[in-house]
Design a protein around this ligand. Structure first.
Ligand SMILES: NC(=O)c1ccc[n+]([C@@H]2O[C@H](COP(=O)([O-])OP(=O)(O)OC[C@H]3O[C@@H](n4cnc5c(N)ncnc54)[C@H](O)[C@@H]3O)[C@@H](O)[C@H]2O)c1
Length: 477
């Protein structure tokens, strides 16, 4: 059969051309739609300058204890409170501060699950940092903002759509910042690529990819052993494993999504429209639970449970017709991966190894290196300058661990500048998890992505001041 237009429609199962569905008319499910009216636009909002940024930490386990060191290495930061359910964790951070940053003398809060409220209620704290299990992030962030504090939370800011909206509403009502720390395009190669995107090297951006591929099952015998013998740091106990039971979707999208979003000006020029999400079966976690249950009773209740599939693939379409692919896999034996690819109508960047092409062939290494040098943004140069000037005279080389994203957060607070990642980014990047779970549960049905900016994305000024036109005055110490 000759495939003319009429025959094509027959083959494709369409009776008439009139029945073809345009993408914009496709039946997109909106189970999470909400009539929210923006009370105040937190994008571009400047809070009053803070000469000192006084911080209260809630959760000083694996990530939180590291953040204490990183923030202590930034000029103007005062650590006022350390709170953790487990007293040993607070004690070990106090000990570390005594040795490495003796000027920091925080108060300890530990031993009871609600003590974080007392920290949020203190009058002498400006910023609450949250690194607890995920379920506590939104309740703490909301309570902290209601008590006049800015928030720096680890990802995600909320585990349900409702929580994401509540965080947005609270930030707008209280005019307190809510910053979600994650892999942004402040750091490393992503900063260079963001600069290239903005200068038009890749032309119009068509597609981006960002993942959370981080083998936490097969890679590391040490981790499983440490989980049992030590304080369960960076392991599955006592909360990470639970997150992987009966949940199936992209559980950790923000690390890969953040840089891609920033390269596409999402929330300030474009917005996410809808997504589809599909997960594989689980091929490793179930076996691991059986294996672990033989040597450790802790894992017995997990044998035979419905565990998250190995790999989840989520595809987002934006208002401007671009696509974003995100993958999540923490249980297959493979090297790690985060921000991975950005592709435009003039070129492409791909990570691991870093490479750039403007045609079918990757550019030679020499040419790649000279582009990297040419497009290194001012923010990276300024940050490196601060690092080189840092003395570490107090006995810590913590400044080597500070990220440009941490440094810029404190710098913006001290200079009264808008934050470069705001509550709308935090809510949107977190919302991808429950939306992907919804789609996975329905064999990849399309689901509409809420616009947390309520239309302000059309007029919001671009975020991420990579030319560092304002601020940049904070030193590392
Ligand atoms: N940005 C990154 O690169 C990065 C890296 C690792 C972890 N994280 C995030 O950091 C957060 C913490 O992860 P982690 O690996 O440090 O976990 P962890 O289990 O090591 O630490 C969590 C801490 O929270 C404490 N906690 C629990 N309930 C509490 C309560 N009611 N009050 C006070 N403290 C309480 C626990 O005792 C524990 O010390 C998570 O959101 C995780 O996703 C981010």
């Amino acid at each position: 059969m000759k495939l003319n237009r009429k025959n094509f429609l027959k083959v494709a199962g369409f009776a008439t051309a009139g029945m073809m569905v345009k993408p914009s008319q496709a039946g997109t499910n909106s189970p999470f739609s909400k009539n929210h009216v923006q009370k105040f636009n937190m994008h571009g909002y400047s809070a009053p300058k803070l000469d000192k940024v006084r911080v209260g930490f809630i959760g000083v386990g694996s990530r939180g204890s590291g953040t204490v060191v990183r923030l202590s290495s930034i000029e103007g930061v005062e650590i006022k409170a350390l709170c953790d359910l487990i007293p040993d964790r607070v004690d070990s951070v106090i000990k570390l501060l005594k040795n490495e940053f003796p000027a920091q003398k925080p108060m300890s809060y530990s031993g009871s699950p609600d003590l974080w409220k007392e920290v949020c209620e203190r009058e002498d704290i400006d910023l609450i940092y949250i690194a607890t299990p995920w379920q506590l992030h939104a309740p703490i962030a909301i309570y902290a903002m209601e008590h006049g504090k800015h928030v720096y939370t680890e990802l995600p800011v909320g585990v349900t759509l409702e929580e994401c909206w509540q965080v947005v509403e609270t930030s707008e009502n209280t005019r307190r910042h809510c910053f979600m720390g994650c892999g942004s395009a402040h750091d490393g190669m992503a900063a260079v690529i963001l600069n290239m995107v903005r200068q038009g090297f890749f032309g119009e951006i068509i597609h981006g990819e960002g993942h959370y591929i981080h083998d936490r099952v097969s890679d590391n015998k040490l981790r499983w052993e440490r989980d049992k013998s030590n304080n369960n740091w960076f392991g599955y106990r006592p909360w990470r494993l639970q997150e992987n039971v009966n949940r199936n979707g992209n559980l950790y999208p923000a690390h890969g999504l953040g840089p891609v979003s920033q390269m596409m000006d999402i929330n300030y020029g474009d917005k996410m429209e809808y997504l589809v999400s599909i997960s594989s079966n689980d091929f490793t976690m179930g076996h691991k639970m059986k294996e672990m249950a033989e040597i450790d009773d802790y894992y017995k209740p997990y044998v035979g449970l419905n565990l998250r599939g190995n790999i989840n693939t989520t595809i987002i379409r934006t208002h401007k017709g671009r696509t974003i692919m995100l993958q999540h896999d923490i249980s297959s034996p493979r090297p790690g991966h985060r921000f991975d690819l950005i592709s435009g109508n003039k070129g492409i960047y791909r990570a691991r190894p870093d490479r750039i092409a403007t045609s079918e062939e990757w550019l030679p290494e020499e040419e790649f290196n000279s582009l990297k040098e040419k497009y290194t943004p001012e923010i990276t140069k300024k940050f490196n300058e601060k690092r080189n000037q840092a003395g570490g005279s107090h006995g810590s080389r913590g400044y080597e661990r500070v990220t440009a994203s941490d440094w810029r957060l404190i710098d913006c607070l001290r200079n009264g500048l808008p934050l470069e990642m705001d509550v709308y980014d935090a809510a949107l990047w977190s919302a991808i998890t429950p939306l992907s779970e919804w789609s996975v549960a329905r064999q990849g049905e399309t689901v509409k992505i809420p616009d947390f900016t309520c239309g302000a994305w059309r007029t919001n000024k671009r975020g991420m001041d990579i030319n560092i036109q304002q601020g940049g005055t904070t030193n590392l110490i």
